[in-house]
Design a protein around this ligand. Structure first.
Ligand code: UDP
Length: 390
C-alpha cells in the first residue's frame, strides 16, 4: 500500500485487523482520498499490533476472534477498561511495555498526518509524540458505545459516526470544537450502489422472484450464524437465504454440508458486499458498525441477532430506537420477524425506508476533505479552522 514520495503529503493510517471494521474504514478513507485528491496524497497502512506490539499483543489480530466469541470474557474486559480513569490506569500499566514499540513505529514511519482508526493506539502514540507533531486525526469506527481508549485529548480532531458518540467524546474531555460528526466511513461502492439488482442476482444465480435474506456475522463470521440459518431453514419460508461466513472457514464448511430446503447460497469472505446488499431485501447480522452503516445505505431492514457485549450494545439500541430494525437474539425471534416481513412486505418496506434515512453515504468523502484541509489542500474545514498544533 505504501507509495511514499518526497513531495506529496504522506498520511499514516494506524489500524489493526482485530475484526474487519478497522481495515474497511481505513480502506474507505484511502479510496475517498484518491477520489477527492487524485494522485496528490500518498499513504500507508500499518497494523501496529502485528508489526510493532510486544508479545503477546502482537498476536491480537489472531486472538481477537476466539476471545470475542466468549461473550463474558469480552464484556468483562470491555467493562473493566472503559471509563476515563480506568483506561488511563491500564495505559499507565502497559506504558513500559509499549513505549519502545511506539517510538520505533514513529521513527520508521514519518508522515505529514496521522489517521487512527483504532482505539488502542492513540494513547501510546500521542504520549510518545510530545507537544509538536503533525496533525493527528482519530476516526472512531464504533457507532454509539465508544470506548474511552478512542479519546485522547491530544488528538487534533476526533471524527465520530453519531451524535451519541460525539457526546461521549466530549464527556471524555475532548474539546467540542475538535469533534466532528461525519458518519462511519464506508467504501465508495456503497455510496454509489448503482448496479442493477436483477443483473446482480442473475450473475450470482440468486432467484429473481423471492426475497433475499442476507445473513452474516462481520468479517470473522461471528455470532450464532449456523443456528440461525438452520432455524430459518426449518421455518420453510418462501425466500432465498444467502449466508456470508467471512473468514470463518469452519462455519462455511459446515453450512455447505447442509441439505437446504430453500434456495441457499453459502459464501466465505466476499469482496463485493455492496452488490450483495443491493440485491438483498433483508439484512440479518451481528451488530457490527460497518455492516449496519452499509445496510442503512442499501436501505435494508435489519435484524440484529448478536452483538459484542459492551462495544456493540449501543448499536443495537440505535437501530431499534430509530426503527431501522429489530433485536432478535434467539433464532426463533429471527424467524418470527422474517415471517412477518416476508408475508407482509409493506411492513418490511416501512422499516427499509427508515433504515435508508439513517444513511451517511458521504462520510468517507467528508473525512477525506477534512484530511485535505489539515494538509492545507483545501477541504472540509476553512483554513482558519485548520488545527495543526495543540
Ligand atoms: N465484510 C466483507 N466481506 C465479508 C464479510 C464482511 O467485506 O465476507 C465487511 C463488511 O461489509 C463490513 C466489515 O467487513 O464492512 C465488517 O465490519 P463490522 O463493523 O460490521 O464488523 P467486525 O467484523 O468489525 O466485527
Amino acid at each position: 500500500m505504501s507509495q511514499k514520495t518526497n513531495k506529496k503529503p504522506h498520511v499514516l493510517f494506524l489500524f489493526s485487523d482485530t475484526g474487519g471494521g478497522h481495515r474497511s474504514a481505513a480502506e474507505a478513507i484511502i479510496e475517498a482520498i484518491n477520489l477527492e485528491y487524485p494522485d496528490q496524497i500518498t499513504y500507508e497502512m500499518v497494523d501496529f499490533f502485528k508489526k510493532y506490539a510486544p508479545p503477546p499483543f502482537d498476536k491480537a489480530p489472531e486472538t481477537y476472534p476466539p476471545m470475542a466469541r466468549i461473550p463474558d470474557v469480552w464484556e468483562l474486559g470491555y467493562a473493566i477498561s472503559d471509563g476515563r480513569r480506568r483506561s488511563r490506569a491500564i495505559m499507565n500499566l502497559l506504558w513500559p511495555y509499549v513505549k519502545g514499540a511506539a517510538l520505533r513505529l514513529l521513527e520508521e514511519h514519518r508522515c505529514d498526518l496521522f489517521l487512527s482508526v483504532h482505539p488502542v493506539i492513540n494513547t501510546p502514540l500521542l504520549r510518545t509524540l510530545g507537544p509538536y507533531h503533525p496533525p493527528y486525526i482519530t476516526v472512531v469506527t464504533d457507532m454509539v458505545s465508544t470506548h474511552a481508549f478512542w479519546y485522547h485529548r491530544k488528538s487534533n480532531l476526533v471524527v465520530v459516526p453519531t451524535e451519541s458518540a460525539r457526546d461521549k467524546a466530549i464527556n471524555y474531555g475532548i474539546d467540542p470544537g475538535r469533534v466532528i460528526v461525519a458518519g462511519l466511513p464506508v467504501a465508495d461502492r456503497f455510496a454509489t450502489m448503482n448496479g442493477n439488482r436483477a443483473e446482480i442476482r442473475a450473475r450470482l444465480g440468486w432467484p429473481q422472484d423471492k426475497p433475499v435474506v442476507l445473513l452474516m456475522g462481520g468479517g470473522e463470521g461471528m455470532g450464532p450464524v449456523e443456528r440461525t440459518a438452520l432455524s430459518i431453514a426449518d421455518a420453510h419460508l418462501d425466500m432465498t437465504l444467502v449466508v456470508v461466513c467471512g473468514k470463518n472457514e469452519g462455519l462455511k464448511r459446515r453450512l455447505e454440508m447442509v441439505n437446504w430446503p430453500m434456495p441457499t447460497f453459502i459464501y466465505g469472505f466476499v469482496t463485493e458486499m455492496p452488490n450483495f446488499m443491493q440485491a438483498a431485501d433483508v439484512l440479518v447480522t451481528k451488530a457490527g458498525p460497518g455492516t449496519i452503516s452499509e445496510g442503512f445505505i442499501a436501505g435494508l431492514p435489519i435484524i440484529l441477532f448478536a452483538r459484542m457485549p459492551g462495544q456493540e450494545d449501543g448499536n443495537v439500541a440505535y437501530v431499534v430506537e430509530e426503527h431501522a430494525g429489530v433485536w432478535a437474539p434467539r433464532p426463533q425471534q429471527v424467524v418470527d420477524t422474517l415471517t412477518t416481513w416476508i408475508t407482509r412486505p409493506e411492513e418490511r418496506l416501512k422499516v427499509a425506508q427508515t433504515s435508508r434515512s439513517l444513511a451517511r453515504p458521504d462520510a468517507s468523502r467528508k473525512i477525506a476533505r477534512i484530511i485535505g484541509s489539515q494538509l492545507n489542500m483545501g477541504g472540509e474545514l476553512k483554513q482558519s479552522e485548520s488545527l495543526f498544533s495543540d
